[in-house]
Design a protein. Structure first.
Length: 101
């Protein structure tokens, strides 16, 4: 009876520890900042901060930045196209963090 009780407790503790680790990972990956929509002015792609271009290269290695825009809050709007022909718009701050506007 002791062995059964001990095995049950040990299993419960192990499952609880696994569940906590998965939740922590999901929360660590989320980096969303909501800001008010502001007017963006077009800038040259070469004027993007290195952190922003590094974030694009890391997260979207097949992407090409077609146009770049900047607002007064040092936020960047990027129009990207991928090798497969799809395109989209992403927003980033000056440190290369993805934001949602």
């Amino acid at each position: 009876m002791r062995k059964l009780f001990f095995a049950t407790v040990l299993s419960f503790v192990g499952l609880t520890a696994i569940a906590q680790e998965e939740t922590a990972e999901l929360q660590a990956d989320e980096t969303t900042v909501v800001t008010a929509t502001q007017d963006f002015e077009e800038i040259s792609v070469s004027d993007l901060p290195e952190a922003v271009t590094a974030a694009v290269a890391k997260d979207y290695p097949t992407a090409t930045v077609n146009k770049a825009y900047k607002n007064a809050s040092e936020q960047y709007k990027l129009e990207l196209s991928l090798e497969d022909g799809t395109s989209g718009t992403l927003y980033a701050d000056a440190e290369g963090n993805w934001i949602e506007i």
